[in-house]
Ligand binder design. Structure first.
Ligand code: NAP
Length: 505
């Protein structure tokens, strides 16, 4: 870019403190040649990384956890300076990364163990092989955790990774690469690519890249998944959300209310799994509304570095402008503003905690994700109506439901269209549990065995007995009433299998 142009348009990879507007650092994007060199390094690393025993990888992963725990304060301060979440929550984020590392260090061997599957052959099983280089395109809102929840299972499984981090958190991206190296992982197993979004296409097109994981907006997910589909590369998408928080009359209202506020202001309201739509039964609506609004008004907004601050700035001025626009379009269409609604003047990207009620179904914002501290309240007359409102969104990430009635719990669990339902608790990711969504919240899973296996080849291995054909090992079934009878007994199965296997598919 020409120098005079650069003075008009600052480099796109720029670290700016959203609390003050101060430019912290700027980075030149890598040239195409430099990107290719990093892909080559990753490619070489993958070939030898597979030779490193799992126990050794686990040792490095535990060391990584140890460094994170030891340097929690410095790392948290870097997060807060780059994207504005409170220092308190940034510390929790770093400690959660350490927890994730420890979980996969402890559990990788179990998840990667070959799975024997009895067939009529001598030996048949599934083994889990790494795919190669996985490209991770990541967002700014949890600049460490989003990366670590991919990184720790991926490296334990023997994959290597390239990170394209969001352009407003470049220092976090570089810090993660340095931490991985210090933990003892070989050179090239994890590298941060200082690139712009437009360069992702070329990286993904490189035949040495095996797969891609994207956490971010629908637009980014669509663009990258379309390309991955064309290239026939595996992809996982963790996209936006507009999670419902349903409160029914039997709920513990005090606990539901305090959790509602906490679940809404996660990351200053900029979390895909923040509770965004509060769907409350009419019998308790008035009480919920007045107490919820009072709690939102009482939140302390300010300098995120202060220990007592509850809401910091939003990550960028653009996000503030978008949130402001969404609130305006809702109120213009007839929604009532119960608190907040106007961005704070002056330096810093601050937006106050806001509550809207009676948002008409016809207005676009009813079905959009609002990435800020703006809560929408809905009054419903029945459980069925609550489920209908909850599902009336293009997203399907998580849902938090509050009721002590077991039948209601069962119905909600079965009928809510989303990737995770939390009963009498707020939605949260946990290394032990699969995390992900359906509909336009994306596909695939992160965390747990399910997440680890997204980037593994489930290789089927069948070793026939070289000397003699063994008889099928199934026990004959006991006589069962016809209604419940298994469709085939062992002999029938063998016969059907012989016929079917003539197709060789
Ligand atoms: P974003 O604008 O989509 O950016 C995410 C990443 O994608 C960034 O690294 C960005 O790079 C890159 N990117 C954007 N457009 C791209 C394109 N066309 N091609 C290639 N790369 C592209 O999203 P964000 O604003 O950072 O993050 C907020 C969104 O993430 C929200 O919708 C939130 O709900 C979602 N999210 C989902 C989860 C989940 O687990 N489901 C978790 C966290 C966040 P640049 O920064 O350089 O543009």
């Amino acid at each position: 870019m020409l120098n005079w142009l650069r003075t008009l348009f600052p480099m796109s990879i720029t670290s700016i403190n959203p609390a003050t507007g101060e430019v912290l650092r700027q980075f030149e994007p890598l040239s195409d040649e430099a990107v290719k060199a990093k892909i080559a390094t990753a490619h070489i690393a993958f070939r030898s990384y597979g030779e490193i025993p799992l126990e050794h990888r686990a040792l490095c992963m535990r060391k990584l956890a140890g460094i994170l725990e030891h340097e929690v304060d410095e790392l948290a301060a870097m997060i807060t300076a780059e994207m504005g979440k409170t220092l308190v929550s940034a510390r929790q984020e770093i400690l959660k990364c350490a927890l994730g590392c420890r979980y996969f260090a402890e559990n990788a061997a179990r998840i990667l163990t070959e799975e024997p599957i009895p067939t009529e052959q001598n030996n048949s099983y599934v083994r889990w092989d790494p795919l190669g280089i996985v490209l991770a395109v990541m967002p700014w809102n949890f600049p460490f955790w989003q990366v670590f929840r991919f990184l720790s299972p991926a490296l334990m499984a023997g994959n290597v990774a390239l990170l394209k981090h969001a352009s407003n958190v470049p220092q976090c991206g570089l810090a993660i690469e340095a931490l991985v190296r210090r933990a003892g992982f070989p050179r090239g197993t994890f590298q941060t690519l200082m690139i712009e979004a437009r360069q992702v296409e070329a990286v993904l097109s490189d035949e040495r890249i095996a797969a891609v994981t994207v956490t971010g907006s629908e637009a980014a997910g669509r663009a990258i998944a379309a390309q991955a589909g064309w290239l026939l590369k595996r992809s996982v998408l963790e996209l936006g959300g507009s999670d419902p928080f349903i409160v029914l009359p039997s709920a513990d209202l005090d606990l539901a209310l305090s959790t509602a506020v906490k679940a809404h202001i996660v990351n200053n309201g900029q979390s895909s799994i923040a509770a965004k739509r509060f769907i409350v039964h009419e019998d308790i609506f008035a009480d919920f509304e007045s107490r919820f609004v009072a709690s939102m008004k009482a939140l302390l907004v300010g300098n995120p570095m202060e220990e007592t601050t509850e809401i910091g700035p939003l990550a960028t001025p653009q996000i503030v402008a978008e949130v402001q626009q969404q609130v305006l379009s809702a109120t213009r269409a007839g929604a009532r503003l119960l608190t907040g609604g106007e961005r704070r003047e002056g330096s810093g990207s601050f937006f106050p905690p806001t509550v809207l009620v009676d948002v008409p179904r016809t207005v676009g914002v009813y079905r959009e994700e609002i990435l800020g501290p703006v809560a929408l309240l809905f009054r419903v007359r029945s459980l069925e109506e609550a489920i209908e409102v909850a599902n009336d969104t293009p997203f399907g990430l998580g849902a938090s439901v509050w009721t002590r009635e077991v039948d209601e719990q069962k119905q909600l669990i079965a009928e809510l269209a989303c990737g995770q339902v939390f009963v009498n608790a707020m939605v949260a990711s946990d290394p032990r549990l699969p995390f992900g969504g359906i509909k336009r919240s994306g596909y695939g899973r992160e965390l747990s065995a399910a997440g680890m296996r997204e980037f593994l080849n489930a290789k089927t291995v069948v070793i026939a007995d070289a000397v003699q054909q063994t008889e099928i090992a199934f026990e004959p079934r006991e006589q069962e009433p016809n209604l419940h009878r298994a469709p085939f007994d062992a002999q029938e199965f063998q016969q059907a299998f012989r016929t079917a296997s003539k197709t060789n598919e």
